[in-house]
Write a protein that binds this ligand. Structure first.
Ligand code: LUB
Length: 209
């Protein structure tokens, strides 16, 4: 059984406390489902598996998620909702735009190695043809986010004259996620941090002015 986070007492009472508890229960179910999706894949995961691992009844799970499709969408939505928050946190470090790009990929590397939501969101997207519900198109948000940062880098003279910022973004995203995919398939991401460092240390010097 997965360890489930303890409900922190917030001092709320009545309806607010019930709402907080419901939100925490939903979060516990979502994270447990992510662990199982990441480990077994969409087809091999059932609502009963999630209920058993989170030590709740199927009814309790169905109260928050009407079916497995809803769980899959919620995992991918949770994954994509994180990147603007991550970007704001990285922006707070006051790095240059190009170093902000590198820091975003550093954060994604850590997430791939440690975060079930990232691992599950990736596996669901990779298995999207077998997921019987429409998922958002993969990579689009990332590529747009990196493009925005690369354009800032270009405007600030950080990119070499010949480098088109949107091309740089597509190349960086392809190199990063390609390295991840290969590492995941060959050895379960055991060498992914090193593969990302190779991409970083080879590609980014070639982009800099
Ligand atoms: C097909 C993998 C999907 C990809 O992997 C994690 C992640 C990060 O948000 C992705 C994206 O689509 O943006």
């Amino acid at each position: 059984m997965w360890p489930t986070p303890k409900i922190q007492r917030s001092g709320a009472t009545g309806p607010l406390l019930r709402q907080e508890r419901a939100e925490r229960t939903r979060e516990q179910i979502l994270h447990c489902a992510a662990r199982i999706f990441a480990e077994r894949g969409y087809q091999q995961t059932g609502i009963k598996d999630v209920a058993d691992e989170v030590a709740m009844t199927k009814g309790a799970v169905y109260f928050h998620f009407p079916n497995k499709q809803a769980l899959a969408i919620a995992v991918v939505d949770e994954l994509y909702s994180r990147w603007p928050v991550t970007l704001e946190a990285v922006r707070g470090k006051g790095l240059s735009p190009l170093d902000t790009v590198i820091e975003m990929f550093n954060a994604a590397t850590v997430a791939f190695l440690e975060d079930p939501i990232m691992q599950a969101g990736t596996r669901l997207q990779n298995e999207r043809d077998a997921v019987d519900v429409e998922l958002p198109p993969p990579y689009v948000d990332w590529t747009n986010l990196i493009s925005m940062l690369m354009r800032e880098a270009h405007q600030q003279g950080q990119l070499a004259q010949h480098v088109d910022p949107d091309v740089a973004a597509r190349v960086a995203v392809a190199a990063f996620f390609g390295a991840q995919h290969i590492s995941d398939n060959l050895n379960g991401r055991a060498d992914f941090a090193e593969r990302w460092r190779e991409v970083r240390d080879t590609l980014f010097p070639a982009l800099r002015a």
